[in-house]
Design a protein around this ligand. Structure first.
Ligand SMILES: C[S@@+](CC[C@H](N)C(=O)[O-])C[C@H]1O[C@@H](n2cnc3c(N)ncnc32)[C@H](O)[C@@H]1O
Length: 272
């Protein structure tokens, strides 16, 4: 596939899981064109340019002028933590779970000695394959993270798991099993994932047919799930709001940050 070829995504149903991946891709692409981007995801902008879709309708629905920073602040924090790990472990295995259309691998440019795996449900990976190919050091795996995909991963290296916007769609028992399997298989690594408050699944029952299944009040408690897990740090998804270039949008985020809503989506970093 040529990296400039147009690809047709018009079959992606409005409101589907694949569509939510296009929403976040679109917001990251939009933010890359901001005068002072926080994330600067030019690979997302290139992807949006290649994808045939009703982007005008997406723009009306997403209101990107005010919403672009929601995803870019969260992604930036995960990129910074991931970059820190990759600088210390040049031979790492990266498990990017629930990757959707995220271009994290292109933003971070890992060294050739890193092995990077983008994992998501088969239908999402099939869509992703329209845009990108596997290559040396980079593979896509179409599987539920609750399936047997780990058998395909080399386990003799330090491991970094990044799961952005994923674990709230699993049950607590599935999250426990996933983390247990990872810490059982690898000698050492870091686990980066965001968690929502218990309000998430409660609201989801009313608003989104219960698609959000799991929330936790204080994710530091996850340390108690396994004697091998060590809590390192956590951060609100909106913690970088001071870097928002637009003054009115920055003010809006400052107001949100001053309320308990700052603890709605929390980014967590654990080591083992
Ligand atoms: C909100 S999207 C986030 C996508 C991407 N991380 C981003 O930030 O743009 C959630 C992703 O998790 C994936 N997902 C949900 N449950 C999953 C599972 N059991 N196994 C693998 N992926 C899953 C969905 O298919 C979707 O791509």
């Amino acid at each position: 596939m040529n990296s400039t070829d147009k690809v047709d995504f018009t079959e992606v149903r409005w409101g589907s899981v694949e569509w939510t991946n296009l929403c976040t891709l679109y917001l990251r692409a939009y933010e890359s064109r901001s005068p002072a981007p926080i994330l600067g995801d030019t690979a997302a902008a290139e992807a949006v340019d290649r994808i045939e879709y009703d982007w005008a309708r997406m723009r009306r629905a997403m209101r990107p002028a005010s919403n672009q920073y929601m995803v870019s602040m969260r992604a930036k924090q995960f990129d910074d933590w991931s970059g820190d790990f990759l600088r210390r472990h040049s031979n790492a295995v990266v498990l990017h779970l629930g990757c959707g259309m995220d271009t994290r691998v292109f933003r971070l440019h890992p060294r050739g000695t890193v092995q990077w795996f983008d994992v998501d449900q088969p239908n999402v990976i099939a869509l992703r394959r329209k845009l990108y190919d596997d290559r040396d050091g980079y593979r896509m795996i179409g599987s539920s993270v609750t399936g047997n995909w780990l058998d395909e991963i080399p386990t003799d290296r330090p491991m970094l798991m990044v799961a952005e916007g994923l674990v709230m769609y699993l049950t607590e028992s599935e999250v426990r099993t996933l983390l247990q399997r990872l810490t059982d298989r690898f000698a050492s690594g870091e686990l980066l994932f965001d968690t929502v408050s218990p309000m998430g699944p409660r609201l989801s029952k009313v608003l989104t047919k219960g698609i959000t299944k799991w929330g936790i009040r204080d994710a530091r408690e996850i340390e108690q799930w396994s004697p091998r897990l060590r809590f390192l740090e956590q951060s609100s998804a909106g913690a970088l709001y001071e870097r928002i270039p637009s003054a009115p949008v920055r003010l809006l985020w400052r107001l949100i940050y001053a309320t308990p809503f700052r603890n709605y989506d929390v980014l967590n970093r654990f080591a083992f």
